[in-house]
Design a protein around this ligand. Structure first.
Ligand SMILES: CC(C)(COP(=O)(O)OP(=O)(O)OC[C@H]1O[C@@H](n2cnc3c(N)ncnc32)[C@H](O)[C@@H]1OP(=O)(O)O)[C@@H](O)C(=O)NCCC(=O)NCCS
Length: 256
């Protein structure tokens, strides 16, 4: 018998049987959505209805943000250099970092650290923003190159509110947004990373999983960009973040 010197609690496989966190994969396939299954594999338990809806909204929110984000340019550049689909996706994922997508991680770390302290959300936000200012640091999860109000943030908080999911981290996040404007004299809206950071923190996820949420959400978008680059563009073209034009479908609605 092999020397057993490590353990895993994620998936148990035997001939003819695959059990994710104890649940038969065929049962999961028939009864859970993709978002619910992501929750199950990361958290180890089934989500409540509210958690399932929030997880779905989180995964949908960051699926794509057009052709300008660094990770998309990374994917397209690798593809344009004459590489495979998997190399292009890996290239895009490698571009995700503390200021792009990965801001969820550091934002959640700070929120989890500060939400655990005594005091009102407002007083903690005041102290935190004072510290950021004194140390010339930016608050991850706030500010956006394009959006004055990030529509994804508002929707995520709306869904959370509908389910009474107004925990301490969301409260602190909203207080930080107000305090940044008051103390720095500049509106720095909560971006989608900041909103996801607050919501996953209220859902009890460890901040060290933060970048994972963005990667899981963004990879389908990167696959679409890699494929479009492969099938529509010349190899090794001049690839600029502003030299493109959108020619996809006109605005439309899912239901009238
Ligand atoms: C996203 C981001 C790069 C957009 O930046 P931008 O709109 O191009 O603004 P700039 O980087 O030019 O910064 C303008 C000013 O706002 C300040 N600022 C921007 N974001 C800030 C933040 N999150 N916290 C504190 N100050 C911030 C900068 O320090 C700068 O101040 P200065 O003019 O006194 O030097 C920026 O807001 C940021 O770094 N946010 C934190 C990282 C993050 O959340 N990334 C995820 C993006 S979805």
């Amino acid at each position: 018998m092999a020397d057993l010197n490590w353990k895993t609690g994620i998936t148990n496989i035997k001939p003819g049987s695959i059990r994710v966190r104890g649940y038969d994969i065929t049962d999961v396939m028939a009864n859970l959505s993709y978002a619910e299954t992501v929750y199950l594999i990361l958290k180890g338990e089934l989500p409540s209805k509210a958690e399932a809806e929030l997880m779905n909204a989180i995964l949908v929110a960051s699926i794509d943000h057009g052709a300008t984000p660094p990770s998309v340019l990374g994917t397209r550049t690798v593809m344009s250099g004459g590489n495979s689909l998997n190399a292009a996706i890996a290239g895009g994922v490698l571009v995700i970092g503390d200021t792009h997508g990965g801001a969820i991680e550091q934002s959640a770390r700070i929120m989890q650290e500060w939400a655990g302290k005594e005091g009102s959300a407002e007083s903690l936000a005041l102290e935190l923003v004072g510290w950021l200012k004194a140390n010339k640091k930016r608050m991850p999860g706030f500010g956006h190159r394009l959006h004055k109000v990030d529509p994804r943030t508002a929707k995520l908080f709306e869904i959370a509110q509908q389910h009474g999911y107004n925990g301490r981290h969301i409260e602190l996040c909203l207080a930080i947004e107000k305090m940044l404007e008051q103390q720095l004299g500049r509106a720095l809206p909560i971006n989608v990373d900041g909103a996801i950071a607050a919501v996953i923190s209220d859902m009890g996820f460890d901040w060290r999983l933060g970048k994972g949420f963005f990667i899981i959400s963004r990879v389908p978008g990167l696959v679409a960009h890699a494929y479009e680059e492969m099938t529509r563009e010349k190899p090794m073209r001049k690839l600029g973040p502003l030299s493109f034009e959108y020619d996809g479908p006109d605005d439309r609605k899912i239901s009238e």
